[in-house]
Design a protein around this ligand. Structure first.
Ligand code: TXA
Ligand code: MG
Length: 352
């Protein structure tokens, strides 16, 4: 198929932009797949109540069909169509964080197809904050299932160019709304048990959730306690965000980290490998590598989150074999950023 590209400016949604979003929304309603920007990463949308659309999403991404999709809405009250036995805490969290980067897992209504929920009796729901996303969802009828718009296993897309790299010719529309502001996916919070549990860390941190709920919120290790083989968030068991080269994360005191990376770069060079480093701006000059991608030192975890997936794709574009990334503090949003970075590295982290 030939993918149609729409270019829109989130800051200037005029009549022409609304018209274009209406067209893409109608296409969605008629079974098309539409990649669109959100504040976290780009999503690949299809109608949530349409089994065939869900199957098409899995096929386009090359994604295992037991990995459930998040359903995106453009109004909190629409969640009632998707979920039942909704606890009060959900409404408190929605009041505090929606629209925004929080996904809640609830008990699904019968009408939500198992194709969308990966065979689960629960459904994940999110109300994204970009006007482009909201207008698209409204134009389609209100319920858009959307995983990140990347091929399964690749870094999540934070620009329309990333979507094009992975999905050109595989989806009907790609809407370009500029670079994603946050750069990592939403926090996934399970509200179906006695206690709220974070299944995937994100911008809405455990502390932020605790402030609203007045109780502590635990983060799941990814495994169901009763069955150690069954991942609770099914997405957790798959290889994620992986660049083609090998990635090693190095944490510790800044100078020691730089020394360690320099020593390894030297060895790699001797073996004829192409090398890359993801590091804080102030350290750039210390690394002799084929590609160095930097993030500003100020507010480092936040800055790294915005460019992490971009940096991983850059390394692929430059054919880098050996990639080193400086770790950041795990305070606040740093926990989510390190979660993605460590996953991308296949858990290979050294502390110096
Ligand atoms: O920020 C985001 O969440 C982006 C944008 C596009 O909204 N979407 C996204 O979707 O990251 P995806 O499919 O790449 O990741 C969804 C995650 C997966 O880890 C999946 O297993 C989990 O949410 N998930 C979805 N439905 C679930 C459910 N019913 N129970 C437990 N986990 C669920
Ligand atoms: Mg994803």
């Amino acid at each position: 198929m030939k993918t149609v590209y729409l270019q829109l400016d989130e800051q200037h949604i005029d009549a022409a932009a609304l018209h274009a979003l209406k067209e893409a929304g109608n296409a969605l309603a008629n079974g098309a797949l539409v990649a669109f920007p959100t504040e976290t990463v780009y999503g690949l949308g299809g109608m949530a109540f349409d089994k065939e659309a869900a199957k098409k999403i899995y096929a386009a991404k090359g994604r295992p069909s037991d990995n459930p999709l998040i359903v995106h809405v453009a109004a909190t009250e629409d969640v009632k169509r998707l979920a039942k036995d909704i606890p009060d805490v959900f409404y408190r969290l929605a009041d505090a964080f929606w629209p925004g980067p929080l996904t809640c897992v609830l008990h699904k209504q019968n009408e939500v197809p198992y194709e969308t929920t990966g065979g689960l009796d629960t459904v994940a729901v999110r109300f994204p904050s970009l006007t482009i996303a909201q207008e698209l969802i409204k134009a389609s009828g209100g319920f858009v299932a959307a995983p990140s718009a990347n091929l399964s296993g690749r870094p999540s897309p934070t620009t329309a160019a990333h979507c094009k790299e992975d999905l050109d010719g595989r989806v009907d529309y790609i809407i370009d709304g500029g670079s994603a502001v946050l750069g990592i996916e939403s926090t996934v919070l399970d509200l179906t048990g006695e206690e709220p549990v974070i299944l995937r860390p994100g911008f809405i941190t455990g502390e932020m959730l605790q402030d609203v709920l007045g109780r502590s919120v635990v983060t799941s290790s990814g495994m169901d306690e009763k069955d150690p083989r069954a991942p609770k968030a099914p997405g957790m068991k798959y290889r994620h965000y992986a660049p083609n080269g090998t990635l090693l994360v190095v944490t510790g005191e800044a100078d020691a980290v730089a020394k360690e990376i320099c020593a390894r770069l030297k060895q790699d060079k001797e073996q004829g490998l192409r090398t890359g480093v993801i590091c804080c701006e102030t350290k750039k000059a210390r690394y002799e590598a084929d590609r160095v991608v930097t993030f500003p030192e100020k507010d480092a975890p936040r800055a790294l989150s915005k460019m992490l997936f971009f940096a991983l794709r850059e390394m692929d574009a430059f054919g880098i074999d050996a990639i080193y990334a400086e770790g950041v503090s795990e305070e606040g949003v740093g926990a989510a950023v390190m979660n993605r970075l460590v996953k991308a590295a296949g858990q290979t982290v050294i502390h110096v």
